[in-house]
Design a protein around this ligand. Structure first.
Ligand SMILES: Cc1ncc(COP(=O)(O)O)c(C=O)c1O
Length: 382
């Protein structure tokens, strides 16, 4: 029904026809574990057991598949559960995956501490260097190229179309973690990627009140295999969590516009501040990935990282001193958050090739009044 409609319309309607029983205009929360069958084998609409199928979850899965331009979507209990289920669907012992050398710490930990033990090997490679990515492909062993763009927390930008083409030529699957951009700003499947993953905990949920993960695939056979693993492994999104993400998605477009507006003004403030050594934001013309970001993203997002004069102690002090920016992990909610990646979200990569600078501060810019936000950062840095 929504094929020819724009993103904002599809975000509100895709997968969400009014409830056939009551006409409820939003999908009800089917808080149920099992369904009455009309005789043995007579499950209504295939509804046999709620790990396998739940109408609230189905609504979210159809919505995200539509927004990402994919064939089928899957909703999980967290972003990590989504990644784990996907990777155990496509990898076998002996297989190899290429990952970004600045991947989200939890993603790196999944590869390093879990998958490695099960015989799945990985190579961290800078995804700014297409030749290095091509050279890291081990014919016959490499099954997937994992892309994250923009990256967490360094906000590096990878060229999805170019890297997908390299992978495709070698029969390697391209997976893009689209958490930082959200499908409103960037649609990797339309650029040639095969699979998209999300931590829906972030912009899709949008209100810091739910943990969830999503996978969207383009290929029907892969979809069947992911579905088998989603059901067999069982890390599904519960109905209330699926409903919260679905509700968040309805306002994604307006929220993202405001996140971007506010972030741009905070970037301008930071650039002019004498104690700021470096601002990392893909919307800056001086950012090495600016041209790629301008090509593959609608706007540049609500995440900013910056390095400060005074090293780690100063970075930690700023994180402690803001009042509106709340000191917390996670990102993508309506409220602004501040954190020190080295000691918080990315502590798990300390000492590895993925370690982040200790004077780095990360902001998740919310949708509050931007003058209040700028004043808060100014005060914390004074
Ligand atoms: C880019 C990225 N991918 C995946 C995840 C993992 O998602 P979750 O925390 O929902 O398991 C995160 C969490 O911060 C993230 O930032």
């Amino acid at each position: 029904m929504t094929d020819h409609h724009e993103f904002e319309t599809r975000a509100i309607h895709a997968g969400q026809a009014p409830d056939p029983l009551t006409g409820a205009v939003v999908p009800p929360i089917y808080q149920v574990s099992t369904y009455k069958q009309d005789g043995v084998g007579g499950a209504r609409g295939g509804h046999d057991y709620a790990r396998s199928i739940n109408p609230t979850r189905t609504a979210l899965e159809e919505c995200i598949a539509d927004l990402e331009g994919g064939h089928r979507g899957f909703a999980f209990a967290s972003g990590m559960a989504a990644a784990d289920t996907l990777l155990r669907t496509i990898c076998q012992p002996g297989d190899h995956v290429i990952i970004p050398d600045d991947a989200y710490g939890g993603t790196y930990r999944l590869y390093k501490r879990i998958l490695e033990r099960w015989g799945v090997d990985h190579t961290p490679v800078s995804q700014l260097d297409a030749d290095a990515v091509a050279a890291a492909i081990q014919p016959g062993r490499t099954v997937a190229l994992w892309i994250e763009t923009p990256t967490n927390p360094l906000l590096n930008v990878a060229d999805i179309a170019a890297l997908s083409a390299i992978a495709k030529a070698q029969g390697v699957l391209t997976i893009v973690d689209n958490t930082f951009a959200s499908p409103y700003l960037q649609q990797p499947l339309l650029l040639g990627a095969d699979v998209v993953t999300h931590s829906s905990t972030k912009y899709l949920g949008g209100h810091s009140d739910v943990v969830g993960g999503l996978v969207v695939v383009t290929d029907a056979d892969l979809a069947e295999r992911v579905y088998f693993h989603q059901n067999a492994m069982g890390a599904i999104a519960g109905p209330f969590d699926a409903w919260l993400v679905l509700r968040g998605i309805k306002t994604l477009a307006v929220r993202m516009e405001r996140h971007c507006d506010n972030a741009e003004q905070i970037v301008a403030f930071l650039l002019a501040h004498p104690d700021v050594l470096e601002v990392r934001y893909p919307g800056l013309e001086s950012h090495p990935g600016y041209e790629i970001a301008a090509r593959q993203m609608r706007r540049f997002g609500g995440m900013i990282s910056f390095r400060v004069r005074g090293g780690e102690a100063r970075a930690l002090e700023i994180c402690d001193r803001t009042q509106i920016f709340t000191l917390a992990e996670s990102l993508g909610g309506v409220e602004s958050l501040i954190e020190h990646p080295g000691a918080m979200t990315h502590a798990s990569v300390a000492g590895s090739q993925l370690e982040v600078p200790s004077d780095l501060v990360r902001l998740s810019v919310g949708i509050e009044n931007v003058d209040d936000l700028v004043a808060d950062i100014r005060r914390a840095m004074s």
